[in-house]
Every structure is written in structure tokens, then in C-alpha cells.
Design a protein around this ligand. Structure first.
Ligand code: FAD
Ligand code: FES
Length: 277
């Protein structure tokens, strides 16, 4: 485990379709002890590699409070993800990590959490949501606003619909288009849900945001309008990465390495690093 570039073999335990272009992968390290002892933070990522194809980072979607299995939502975009989609359950895959800073959960304790996610932004934020639900006594109120283009684009539909009936999370779901006319949730972009949440206590709230680039501008305006302190607005950002461990400089912006100093940044960081979003 001393060479940080050395991947470890893992097995695909489950693989199924979440949407037409996103698949869910449940993975376990072949080494049983490693599988059980492996620890990480919500918001961290792993590097996946397939020999002869390449390597790419993917956010961990599972929670460290449920050890043994790692979960990922992966969208088919290029060579590596195409090769990944061809792998079957029980096939092996090489992974290394965990990398990145993750969410500062030690600072977020006792605060209310306001989670806003769009589309594939659910991948890293699902880890945080499940972590908070598993450690409910450590946190204040939990609000989740999730927007997708269509009902069929919403990741983990069954899971998020189950959140709606729970008392320990306030979950609002919205879609922009509903071709079948059967959508039971809200219609509109994710920012249209802000009006439906009334009791945000700004000073006592951490907001966590992840979604398509277009979403950030509008969500950040709303969060600033709610007076949530800038250092308590957190977002996970994507940058092209190669090594994942601060060696290649691929993800660098000035002296910031997004693979190590991120991928979770505060709005305060973003204001001082204009290129970040
Ligand atoms: C921290 C982090 C977490 C991530 N988590 C997830 C996740 O949970 N799920 C997920 O599906 N994806 C995630 N990604 C994105 C994923 O790593 C990339 O999509 C990866 O490039 C896919 O590899 P590929 O070989 O399949 O596609 P690539 O061949 O790398 O192509 C992917 C896309 O990027 C474009 N592209 C290729 N090269 C460049 C370049 N040099 N500059 C700009 N654009 C380029 C391509 O045109 C294509 O649209 C994450 C990325 C980061 C940095
Ligand atoms: S990906 Fe190599 S330095 Fe960040």
C-alpha cells in the first residue's frame, strides 16, 4: 500500500442501470480485511483504471458508516467509462484512493444541512446524505432539494422517494419535463424549490451543492440571498485529473490542487479563485 499509484484489485458485486447513460457499481476490495477496514469521507473519490484504457476519478456514493462495499454512479462519457460499462458482475477492476479532502464533517456537526443537487451531482452528495442519516444525532435538520431534467434522469429514484415519508429529512424533488405526465413531485428547476423551505437558520446552516455547471450560479445566488455564510456554502467541483495525488499538476489552478485541496470547496474559496467555477 506504500506506492500511492499502485491500484488494488476489487470486484464488481452489483451493477445496474440508474438512467439510460448512468450505471450503479457496487464494488468490494478482493482483500477482505482491506474491504472492512477501508475508511473514507463523504465527498472523496477513487481512481478507477483499466489496463490499456486509462484511469479516471469517480466520487464515492456510499457512506463510510456502512463499511465493506463501495458504491459509484458512473456516466458513460468516453473510453474508460465505455470499457467500465462492458464489465459484468464478478469481474475485477483496479481502484486506488480514497483521494480529495471530502466534506468537513467534523465541522458540520450540530449544524443544519441544506443539500442541493442536480442530475449526477447526486453521486458525491448521496454519500453525505446516507452518512448523516446513519449518524442523525450528530447533525441538526437535514433538507434535500434534488432536481433532474426528467423523472427518468433522477438517480436513486426509489431511495429519494422513500426520504419523502421520513421525519428526519425534508426532501423536495423536482423535474423540468414530465413527458408521461405521471410525476408526483414538483415541476421546475431546482432553485424553484427554495421558496418551499421556510425555516432555514442561516448562521447555523451548512449548504452543500453539486450539479451541472449551469446550476451553480443560480443556486449560489439563492444561498447568498438566504445569508448563509460564504465559508458554510460548500460545493464539489470537477476538474480534469490524472494522478489524483498532487503530483502531475493537471488539476492545478495557481497553487491550488483540486485533487487534494478539493474537490470540496467553499464559496469563500471560489470567490478568491475565479477559475474554479
Ligand atoms: C473528483 C471527480 C469526481 C468525479 N466523479 C464522477 C462520478 O461520480 N461519476 C461520473 O460519471 N463521473 C465523475 N467524474 C468525471 C469522470 O472522471 C470523467 O468523466 C472521466 O473523464 C471519464 O473518463 P472517460 O475515459 O470515460 O472519458 P474521457 O475520454 O476522459 O472523456 C470524458 C469527457 O470529457 C471530455 N474531455 C476529454 N478530455 C478532455 C480534456 N482534456 N479537457 C476537457 N474535456 C475533456 C470528453 O470530450 C468527454 O466529453 C468525476 C471527476 C472528478 C474530477
Ligand atoms: S490530478 Fe495530478 S496534481 Fe491533481
Amino acid at each position: 500500500m506504500n506506492n500511492p499509484f499502485f491500484p488494488e484489485p476489487a470486484r464488481i458485486v452489483r451493477k445496474y442501470e440508474l438512467t439510460t447513460d448512468v450505471k450503479f457499481f457496487q464494488i468490494r476490495f478482493i482483500d477482505k480485511e482491506r474491504a472492512i477496514s477501508f475508511d473514507y469521507k463523504p465527498g472523496q473519490f477513487m481512481m478507477f483504471s483499466i489496463p490499456g484504457t486509462g484511469e479516471a476519478p469517480f466520487s464515492i456514493s456510499s457512506t463510510p458508516s456502512r463499511p465493506g462495499l463501495l458504491e459509484f454512479c458512473i456516466r458513460k462519457t468516453g473510453r474508460l467509462t465505455e470499457a467500465l460499462f462492458k464489465l459484468q458482475e464478478n469481474d475485477n477492476i483496479d481502484i486506488r484512493g480514497p483521494y480529495g479532502n471530502g466534506f468537513p464533517i467534523e465541522r458540520m456537526g450540530k449544524f443544519d444541512l441544506f443539500i442541493i443537487m442536480g442530475g449526477l451531482g447526486a453521486a458525491p452528495l448521496r454519500s453525505l446524505i446516507l452518512y448523516v442519516l446513519d449518524n442523525r444525532e450528530l447533525f441538526g435538520k437535514l433538507y434535500l432539494l434534488y432536481g433532474a431534467r426528467r423523472p427518468s434522469d433522477m438517480l436513486f429514484r426509489k431511495e429519494v422517494f422513500e426520504f419523502i415519508g421520513r421525519e428526519d429529512i425534508e426532501c423536495l424533488l423536482t423535474v423540468e419535463k414530465d413527458d408521461k405526465g405521471a410525476w408526483p413531485g414538483y415541476m421546475g428547476v431546482v432553485t424553484s424549490l427554495f421558496d418551499k423551505i421556510e425555516d432555514i437558520k442561516s448562521e447555523n446552516t451548512f449548504a452543500c451543492v453539486c450539479g451541472p455547471p449551469i446550476m451553480y450560479k443560480f443556486v449560489l445566488e439563492k444561498l447568498i440571498g438566504l445569508n448563509i455564510p460564504k465559508h458554510q456554502i460548500l460545493m464539489t467541483l470537477e476538474r480534469r485529473m490524472k494522478c489524483g495525488i498532487g503530483k502531475c499538476g493537471h488539476c492545478a489552478i495557481e497553487d491550488i490542487y483540486t485533487c487534494m485541496d478539493g474537490p470540496v470547496f467553499s464559496y469563500w474559496d471560489v470567490l478568491h479563485m475565479k477559475e474554479l467555477i
